[in-house]
Design a protein around this ligand. Sequence first.
Ligand code: DGL
Length: 265
Amino acid sequence: MNDLPIGICDSGIGGLTVAKEIIRSLPNENIIYLGDTARVPYGVRNRETITKFAFELVRFLIGKNVKAIVVACNTISATCLPELQKLSSVPVIGVIKPTVNKVVNNLKTKNIGIIGTRATINSNSYELEIKKLDGKTVVFSQSCPLLVPLAEEGFISHPATKIIVQEYLQYFQDKKIDTLILGCTHYPILKNIIQDVVGQDVKIIDPAIPTTKQLINLLKEKNVLGNSKNPTRHFYFTDITPQTEKTVNIFFDGKFPGKLEKILF
Ligand code: DGL
């Protein structure tokens, strides 16, 4: 059981920010990543479509005999995590709950900003989870759909990215937020520009870190931490182009720890 792989899925490439943190923190785990690059972005689609696609991703990972599944996508986590948990006999964790637990446990936090895809922001999932833990926290949300293609293009410190980030984050200007949750797995790639625009006093939260901590706790609890000397890391994508190769390297700081494998549903 311990050497069974951890399954990670995302609508495309963004979930690699979570995969990177999992590999960094759990170097002896076998990993299977699945990114639905043929159908990304999910964040502009409706609930039924996102749920249908997400079921296919999770079924694929279950078929690979994984010991746990990380839904490394805010959009899927916000839309249908409970349904995915019912579908799977192995534990499925999303990115929203671990992130909210981390933020709300930080007593300094009073005004929280959240940025994400339209589907994530319209679902209100972050706000609902936050209010469950602390009804007094004030939440301000803003969707930033253009940040996904900018991250994938590697426009990490590009002036165009700065202008678009300024345009979206202008909404927070008079809100006095002390914390900003990057509620989309692509956004950590643009963290420096986002921090610059929002100001150094605002604490930026990357869900990859609390999600990985929750995964570690889960594996410890179930006594299934892996100990592979030469861990295997498979990265499956539903579409691969020459650009995919470039983009995965952007997400792994130029050191993508595997090769791209094409799968068809
Ligand atoms: N990775 C997705 C997320 O975290 C964003 C990309 C998409 O729209 O599919 O929400």
